[in-house]
Structure formats: C-alpha cells, structure tokens
Ligand binder design. Structure first.
Ligand code: CUA
Length: 339
C-alpha cells in the first residue's frame, strides 16, 4: 500500500516518459506463446510447434536438392551444351502430390482437435464469470456476480476455467493473451465467448490484435492470476466503496472531479459520478498502469496524464482539459487515494 502522496512530493515528480523500445521487446518476450500457462494455451503451442517443425523439414527438403543442383550442374567454362534435361516423371509427380496432401490432411485434423481443446463448447445456460468490453482504446472488465468494474487489468483465480464474454462498444477489437487462451474478436453487436485459465500465479500480458484506430498499439491487457485466497481478497477490496476525502488537496480534488467534466465520462462509486464512457475509476490507485498500459500508475504518471493526455496518448478520447497545476495536483491526490 502506497501512502497518499503529499502535494510537495507530487510537485517534484517529473512526468513519467513513455516506456523505451527495449522495455517493449522484453514485454513481448514475457507474453510469449512458447511459454503457455494453461491447458488451453498449451494445445495451441503444441500445434504451432508441430506445424513449425514440419514446415522447417519441408523447407530443408526443398532447399537441399535446389542448392545441390545449383552447384553440381552450374555452367562451367568450356561447356558446349546444356546438361541433360529430364521432363516429366510420373512417379515423382505422384510422390510430391500425395505426400504433401497427407501432411496437410494430418495438420488439418490436428488443427480441428486443437480448436476443440482451446475452446471447449460453452453450455447454453452458462453465465459468464467476466464481461470484457473493448473500447477505443482500453478494456472494460466487469465481474457480473461481484458487481465489480475495472479496466485493462483482469484479476483471475488460478486453476479455474473462467468463461469470458467478449464485447465491443465501438469498432472491432481482438482480445489476445497468448499464454492463457486463444484470441477472440470483440465485435460490436455480437457476443463472443472465451475460456480463460491460468495454472500458476503471475502477470500475463496481452494486446488488442485487431487494428482499431490510432491508439490500437496502446490497448494492452494484463491478466493478473492470483491464488484463490489472494483473488478473494482482491475482489473484496474492489467491492468496497471508497470514502470521499474531506480534508486537504484530496478533498479539493474530489470536488473538482464532480464539477469539472471528469464526472461526465467516468464513474467513481459512492459519488455522483456514474458515467460509463471512460474507465471506472472507483479503485484506480489499485491498478498497475494508466491509460491501457501507456504509463506506470505512479503519482508522476497520473500528473503527466491529467496535465495533457493528448501529449501521452495522441488521439485518446480524453481531451486536454487545460487544468491548472493546482487542479492537476488536487485531482492526483484524490485519484491516488482510490485504492
Ligand atoms: Cu482495439 Cu486494436
């Protein structure tokens, strides 16, 4: 638990710069499909490896005689005629038609089996454990039975197969966390389903995998798998309604939140702010990142974000509210209190 920062501390924080390229490369490796963490993802990894190996062998089988022919039959000084030309060979033709056909048929069958393993049928009376809605450019995450709504970070208990309902609020997005599950499109007007499971605790990274506009790249997903006990504790904390601060800059921030336009787009439970256009901020301070992964969720990051969201995530639907430094600091104090 971070203490609420004092005004003087916040002022000294420089805006957090967007993260470096090497950080992103590491992040990519951390979400590698070669390192699956559920039986669902394992089945896909296996199909991928088998296909990769077969493809590699075929590549070598084609490459080797091609290279051999280039060297063995190349033109030499003094050659008077072309080498022997062999045109047509029924046995060879049959061989190189039948063998690839068999390989492809096996891969096709293996793919069908894998599809069944990665996405077991959804019972018609099943209720989703999670509803994930793609927005330009963030993910809304709702737990219908617990009445919790959060954004971009999905907490799940380990060892349990969860049914996720995938929806979109605007354009087509695609939910992809390769270590845990198959990917699935979020299509406006359509409901798709996905089984999500993690065997061991950890943070598993994902992305939006369908181009959806200018900030498509900053629509990151974090699945935080916790032991069932830790998950229950998290759920309990999230279900609590935060108290509105009554003193200091945080109290000022709470007031500003309602009077400026913040409350027109965001929700904070226990206050009059109840809009669902932007992310639910009821427990904003409990999240690891801001703006779907652009910034670490630190006072400095939040300060930079509120000062000018457009400078950090150009095109984002949150406008630059041209807040004064004082207003930004008060709002930061308030939002950082929402654990
Ligand atoms: Cu959402 Cu790409």
């Amino acid at each position: 638990h971070r203490p609420v920062p004092r005004l003087s501390t916040i002022s000294r924080h420089r805006p957090t710069p967007p993260r470096s390229i090497s950080h992103h490369l590491l992040t990519k490796m951390n979400s590698s499909p070669f390192n699956p963490n559920s039986p669902l993802a394992e089945s896909i990894t296996l199909l991928f490896l088998v296909t990769l190996i077969i493809g590699g062998v075929v590549f070598l089988i084609v490459l080797a005689p091609t290279l051999y022919s280039y060297i063995r039959f190349r033109a030499r000084p003094g050659d008077e005629e072309e080498p022997y030309q062999k045109l047509g060979d029924r046995r060879l033709e049959i061989l190189w038609t039948v063998i690839p056909a068999i390989v492809l048929a096996l891969l096709f069958g293996f793919t069908l089996v894998t599809m069944g393993r990665a996405m077991p049928p959804v019972p018609s009376d099943a209720q989703p454990d999670l509803i994930v809605t793609g927005h330009q450019w963030w993910w809304e995450v709702a737990y219908p039975t617990a009445a919790i709504t959060t954004a971009n970070e999905i907490h799940i208990p380990t060892g349990k197969r969860l049914l996720v309902q995938i929806e979109s609020a605007d354009v087509i997005h695609d939910f992809s966390v390769p270590q845990l599950a198959r990917k699935v499109d979020a299509v406006p007007g359509t409901t798709n389903y996905l089984w999500l499971q993690a065997d061991t605790p950890g943070t598993f990274l994902g992305t939006c995998n369908e181009y959806c506009g200018v900030q498509h790249a900053w629509m990151r997903i974090r699945v935080i798998a916790q032991t069932p006990a830790d998950f229950a504790a998290w759920q309990q904390a999230q279900a609590q309604i935060p108290t509105v601060p009554t003193t200091g800059p945080a109290a000022q921030g709470a007031q500003l939140f309602q009077t400026l336009t913040c409350a027109n787009c965001h929700r904070i439970q226990g206050t009059a702010a109840n809009a669902r256009i932007g992310p639910d901020l009821t427990h904003l301070a409990s999240r690891q990142t801001l703006a779907a992964g652009v910034l670490d969720n630190t006072p400095g990051g939040l300060l930079a974000w509120l000062s000018n969201p457009q400078a950090i995530k150009p095109g984002v639907h949150m406008p630059n509210l041209k807040l004064s430094a004082d207003e930004v600091e008060s709002l930061t104090s308030y939002l950082e209190s929402l654990k």
